[in-house]
Structure formats: C-alpha cells, structure tokens
Design a protein around this ligand. Structure first.
Ligand SMILES: [Zn+2]
Length: 204
C-alpha cells in the first residue's frame, strides 16, 4: 500500500505548512524535488517548455553548487525554485542547529523563501523556527506520485494521479536519476490528462 495523499492527521500536526492551494479553482501546482541534475532536469525542462507550463523545483544545494548553469537555466526559463536543504537532510535525524545551518547553506546557493523538508520529515520545532524566525514558507504536498518507487509501474502511478488529483493539489515529482524512468514516462501523459480535465498549472 503506497500513500499518495497526505493523511489528514499530518495536516493537523503541521497546520501552518502549505499542503494544497485554493480548492475553489481548477488548478494544480507541479513541483520537482531533488534536482537539479544534468541527466534528468533538462528533459523535464523540455517537456514543460513544449506544454508551456511553469513549475517549482525544490533543489538540493549540493546539486546547485555542482551544476550552477543548469540552476540558472531553471530560473531563466521562468520556473520557480525552492530550498530542499544542502544535502537532502532528514530533519528528525539531526540537531536543531545542524538542520538550520544546512538550510542556510542551501539558501546561499538557492536564495528562495520556499522550503520543502526532504522526506517531509521535520520536527514541529524546526518548522516553526524556519517559518517564524527565518521567514520561510513551508511547502509540503497534497499528492505524491511515488515516481521514485521502482516497484511501481508508470500505469499504476498514472492511475493514482487520476484518482487523487483535486482542485489546488500540490503534486510532487522527482527530477532525480532514481525516479527518472517512471517520472519521464508518466509526466507527459499526466499533463495531457490534467489538461483534458481542465486543470490550469500554477506556481507557488
Ligand atoms: Zn527530496
């Protein structure tokens, strides 16, 4: 059993995080985590360009440091970027200070007020500090595609996208090598379906 939609209990634990945008409008928010990497991110950019869609990329600081031109290209093409820590750190595994230092290190490379904790794992105290003291907007998600899961086929992922997409959904894909096979197979088909269903694409 794979989770696609975030359980309500978690939304209750983190009430100030953003899970979903307006439920009154037929729109969704595409997000891509864990890039930017030269093997995958340019392919995503090409798909989005052809479909005239802007998305939000939650980049890992280390990747931005390694591939600064690719990161610049993301922004030059009008996409939004967000902070996903410097090296994909799990918040519940490290001290408060280490976590904040890691996020700040990524911020010097990425420079965005949007933050998404890797694995969605962050303590309420860390989240509160990032939000209240550092002014980050914490973005989680309404629908995670599980594209990184090699036990899932593109058609299974597609079926769940159709089942769980709703107005205002923030949708997570991964522009990572691990997820590439599933993600690149599903993304064009999902975009086609969302367009047929009348969804508009927005950035956060
Ligand atoms: Zn991640």
């Amino acid at each position: 059993m794979f989770k696609y939609r975030i359980p309500d209990i978690l939304r209750f634990v983190y009430p100030k995080a953003v899970w979903r945008c307006s439920s009154h409008e037929r729109c969704i928010y595409l997000t891509f985590d864990d890039g930017c990497v030269p093997e995958v991110t340019p392919k995503v950019l090409e798909i989005l360009e052809n479909e005239r869609i802007k998305a939000t990329f939650f980049c890992v600081g280390e990747n931005v440091e390694k591939y600064p031109l690719l990161f610049e290209e993301l922004r030059a093409r009008g996409h939004q970027v967000g902070n996903h820590t410097y090296n994909h750190l799990k918040g519940i595994k490290v001290s408060f200070d280490d976590y904040l230092a890691n996020v700040e290190k990524a911020d010097r490379l990425i420079g965005s007020p949007l933050f998404r904790p890797p694995y969605g794992r962050i303590t309420p105290v860390q989240m509160k500090a990032l939000r209240d003291r550092y002014g980050y907007k914490i973005i989680l998600w309404d629908l995670i595609t599980n594209d990184f899961n090699k036990n899932l086929s593109p058609s299974e992922i597609m079926r769940n996208i159709k089942r769980y997409t709703r107005n205002g959904s923030i949708v997570v894909f991964h522009d990572s090598v691990k997820a590439a096979k599933n993600m690149l197979a599903v993304l064009p088909e999902a975009i086609k379906w969302w367009k047929e269903e009348g969804y508009e694409f927005r950035t956060l």
